[in-house]
Design a protein around this ligand. Structure first.
Ligand code: MG
Length: 159
């Protein structure tokens, strides 16, 4: 059996009056992500981790932000396509672990819904999806609420 690991990271600027989507879940916040797509930083990090595990490049290569087809797109569609792409290479997802960095709002009340959302999109059991959140103790761009970041790690195995 061929087992591979992948990692991904993503960042978005935050501005007032925009929607904040995390893991396919709308999170109530005064600030949302500036992006060509829906700006779902967590899903983007997971997409890059999945693509990276199969050495298939990155999300910007497959879904360029210069392409009008992806303007405002629901990132769950991108995640579905990434799972399909590694599937075509003969791999299936084993698990996902991830961390979202933001100062506010607290994500704890949303973590369960985010895991369920990611399970629905990827086909993984919820028990195989880790979602964690941290502040950066008011340090840096995330601490100043200028932006949001997410990291993800995945394992894939040959089918
Ligand atoms: Mg992104």
């Amino acid at each position: 059996m061929d087992i591979r690991t992948g990692q991904g990271i993503d960042f978005h600027r935050l501005e007032e009056g925009l929607e904040l989507w995390i893991g396919g879940v709308p999170v109530s916040s005064d600030k949302g992500a500036v992006a060509h797509s829906d700006g779902d930083v967590l899903i983007h990090a997971i997409c890059d981790a999945i693509l990276g595990a199969a050495a298939l490049g990155d999300i910007g290569f497959h879904f360029p932000d210069t392409d009008p087809r992806y303007k405002g797109i629901d990132s769950r569609i991108l995640l579905t396509k990434c799972v399909e792409l590694v599937g075509l290479k003969g791999y299936q997802l084993v698990n996902i672990d991830s961390t979202v960095c933001l100062e506010q709002p607290k994500l704890a009340p949303h973590i369960d819904a985010i895991r369920e959302s990611l399970a629905a999109v990827t086909g993984l059991d919820k028990s195989r999806i880790g979602v964690k959140a941290t502040t950066t103790e008011k340090l840096g761009f995330t601490g100043r609420r200028e932006g949001i970041a997410a990291q993800a790690a995945v394992l894939i195995r040959s089918v």
